[in-house]
Design a binder for this molecule. Structure first.
Ligand SMILES: NC(=O)c1ccc[n+]([C@@H]2O[C@H](COP(=O)([O-])OP(=O)(O)OC[C@H]3O[C@@H](n4cnc5c(N)ncnc54)[C@H](O)[C@@H]3O)[C@@H](O)[C@H]2O)c1
Length: 496
């Protein structure tokens, strides 16, 4: 496999050879084609050719979304599918061919990157692949729609922003709530105009049932249809220590970011949007644990994250256990379950889903409802045509900042210490809103019959961050988690 990356030298060498009218070696000509792709201006009547990378779950929605736009008359087409799982790939390719549509099938994303007949790439692989696939694609001149969280660690996200800007590419984050223009965006604007006064606190909530993933007693066989080397990519290629390779990677640190970086990133993003902050929080800590079962997952299923912004804090709550042991219902907080609640001096706003925001006065009387959404894929296509980052509803910078708020919350947790509830209470008493959220989480755990004296919660490290450098202050352990040891050759470049 040739190098995926088009260096500036390759590019110049390629163009000068071409200019001199010299023949090009096959491997080299692919590089030149890809480089020519960079900056290709797509005319209003020209088709945008998509590749969808990873489509066992969310990627199927990408295919559906693009297909729907095509059916509505938009000049877009899925021309390639890529998945390291041959079963997923063959099934996807067959679905197109059965409809009489030609589509290429690739196993290795580098083949997508090298294909000059692809203009835009959508990425719905596991999180640990997002940054590398995006950076490779933009370096090769392709626009990218990348799922949330955009990154697996903080520094990857920043490098994705740098790459998008350097190569002048359009990179959309898959946080589709950002395309709720009549709904959430209008509410953000309305409160921004001062209709409810000053903001006091923004709360993101992810009360989503997450059951045990089971516990295996040794390495599991890798399904023969999966190219495991490619699946692992930048992550260590260790034995599979859980029942299911797909999806449950969310619950182990080498590949996932827990539910905070899974469902939670959507609500984190909207909470940050209402708060109106465009940098990382200067101080963060988390409290939580993985309670209620012992399984192969490592990430917390219960977590309170406190982002101490100077204007007003952003508090996030993850709950994976039900409202009571044995129940299949989840808790609610002021009408929201997987949502956002923002308090203002003159009332509050509840965002109960991806498309709605409801404003209440101080007495809890509904005063205004905002709802409606547009296709997030259509928004991406619009920006691909206009070449204006400002046309995007969820530019990669937004994706980076919100994803990074999940990562810093997780970082605090990962280097924390287990303590008894009273000790935790004492140590966080200077942040009463965090203490109150923890108290509610304890009560929720108690109802789930979790004994916090037996299974202690972790009080994460209180971390200070310099939002300008996006590095923690005076904490090497935390700074080490801003990036990772990449497994060669799947290395996210330090300089893009
Ligand atoms: N925006 C949303 O509402 C939303 C919803 C669900 C999932 N997601 C995001 O989508 C991503 C995928 O989640 P999922 O639930 O579909 O996971 P999944 O594990 O079910 O599917 C991932 C697919 O990617 C494939 N894959 C892995 N590495 C690959 C590589 N290098 N190249 C090509 N294919 C590769 C796997 O074989 C699998 O088919 C996650 O980042 C998740 O957070 C977003």
């Amino acid at each position: 496999m040739k190098s995926h990356r088009i260096t500036r030298r390759d590019f110049l060498k390629g163009t000068s050879l071409a200019a001199a009218g010299l023949g090009l070696a096959p491997a080299f000509s692919r590089t030149v084609f890809a480089a020519e792709g960079r900056g290709r201006v797509i005319g209003p009547n020209e088709e945008i050719r998509f590749a969808v990378v990873g489509f066992h779950g969310r990627g199927a929605d990408h295919i559906g979304g693009i297909t729907k736009l095509r059916q509505a008359g938009e000049k877009v087409r899925v021309v390639a599918l890529c998945d390291v799982d041959k079963e997923v790939l063959d099934k996807g390719v067959k679905q197109f061919r059965d409809k009489g549509e030609e589509v290429k099938g690739y196993t290795d994303v580098r083949q997508v990157i090298d294909d000059p007949n692809i203009d835009a790439v959508t990425i719905a692989t596991p999180n640990h692949w997002h940054a590398l696939a995006t950076i490779w694609a933009v370096q090769a001149g392709k626009d990218v729609y990348v799922e949330k969280p955009v990154s697996h660690n903080v520094s990857e996200g920043r490098r994705m922003v740098e790459a998008a800007r350097k190569y002048a590419r359009i990179v959309q984050t898959g946080t589709q709530s950002r395309s709720s223009r009549q709904g959430i965006a209008s509410a953000v604007e309305w409160v921004g105009a001062g209709n409810l006064g000053k903001i006091k606190v923004a709360r993101g909530l992810c009360y989503k049932r997450r059951a045990s993933i089971g516990k295996v007693d040794g390495p599991q066989p890798i399904p023969p249809n999966i190219d495991y080397d490619l699946w692992c990519g930048p992550a260590p290629k260790g034995p599979l220590m859980r029942k299911h390779l797909h999806y449950d990677w969310h619950w182990v640190w080498p590949t996932g970011n827990g539910d905070l970086g899974n469902q939670g990133i959507h609500e984190m993003d909207v909470a940050r949007w209402f708060l109106g902050v465009n940098e990382l929080s200067p101080r963060v800590f988390s409290v939580g644990g993985r309670f209620g079962y012992v399984d192969d997952g490592e990430t917390p299923n219960t977590l309170v994250i406190y982002h101490d912004y100077p204007g007003a804090p952003l508090i996030f709550e993850v709950r994976g256990l039900p409202e009571a042991k044995g129940s299949n219902k989840m808790d609610r907080y002021r009408g929201a379950q997987i949502g956002i609640v923002i308090d203002y001096e003159g009332g509050y706003v509840v965002v109960p889903d991806y498309n709605t925001a409801i404003a209440f006065d101080k007495d809890g009387k509904e005063i205004k409802k905002f709802s409606g959404s547009e296709s997030h894929y259509a928004n991406f296509v619009k920006a691909v045509r206009s070449r204006k980052v400002s046309d995007l509803h969820a530019d990669i910078l937004e994706g980076h900042l919100s994803s990074a708020l999940c990562h810093t919350g997780n970082t605090s947790y990962r280097i924390g210490h287990q303590l008894e509830p009273d000790e935790i209470r004492e140590r966080i008493q200077d942040d009463p809103m965090a203490e109150e959220a923890c108290q509610r989480a304890y009560e929720h755990l108690q109802i789930n019959e979790v004994d916090l004296l037996q299974t202690k919660a972790t009080l994460g490290m209180v971390l200070k961050m310099d939002p300008k450098t996006e590095r923690f202050e005076g904490n090497d352990q935390a700074n080490a988690l801003l990036t990772r040891d990449y497994r060669k050759p799947f290395v996210v470049p330090e300089k893009v």
